[in-house]
Design a protein around this ligand. Structure first.
Ligand code: HEM
Length: 142
């Protein structure tokens, strides 16, 4: 480990959240991945999105290979003081490339209500029509 076991507070680590100065927290360790930003096969954006929080889950979710894990010690600069990490950390979500920043608007609630009414009314209408037809047939045969 390059940092010789230095302990950083969460507040200190989160100051380094830029492309040219990027630190990550993974499994309680602090990694200065600044020299790795351009080489990271997953791109630099994902690394940037993982700053300012505990990135352990994000790192694990990808299913990084053993080769990836072997690269890690060279970027390790120390550990994070667990007591300084806020209990609830917001999860940064990256918009998909080329996608609009805002999510597509959902169908308006007004439309939704009408669809439900139609869905309920249609079977009733069919039953009523069947009865009417039956009555009509009856009166014709009498
Ligand atoms: C010191 C930290 C990290 C190192 C050394 C590292 C290294 C690597 C390496 C070597 C790969 C190629 C695939 C593999 O061998 O598994 C990779 C892919 C990837 N990494 Fe990381 N990574 C780090 C942190 C992260 C973090 C925090 C994220 C956040 C989600 C991330 C997201 C990804 C993604 C999305 C890919 C592409 C996966 C694919 O194309 O299938 N990595 N990383």
């Amino acid at each position: 480990m390059a940092g010789g076991g230095k302990v950083y507070s969460f507040q200190e680590v989160r100051k380094h959240s830029q492309r040219k100065d990027c630190w990550l927290i993974i499994s309680g360790k602090v990694y200065d991945v600044t020299p790795f930003m351009e080489e990271h096969p997953g791109g630099d954006e994902v690394l940037l999105a993982c700053t300012g929080k505990d990135a352990t889950a994000d790192f694990e979710d990808i299913g990084h290979s053993d080769a990836a894990k072997e690269l890690m010690p060279q970027y390790c600069i120390g550990e994070v003081d667990a007591a300084t990490i806020p209990a609830k950390l917001a999860h940064a979500v990256l918009p998909a490339k080329g996608a609009a920043a805002a999510p597509a608007p959902r169908a308006s609630t007004g439309q939704g209500v009408w669809l439900t009414v139609l869905q309920l009314a249609l079977p009733l209408l069919l039953v009523a029509m069947a009865f009417a037809l039956q009555n009509f047939a009856k009166t014709k045969t009498e």
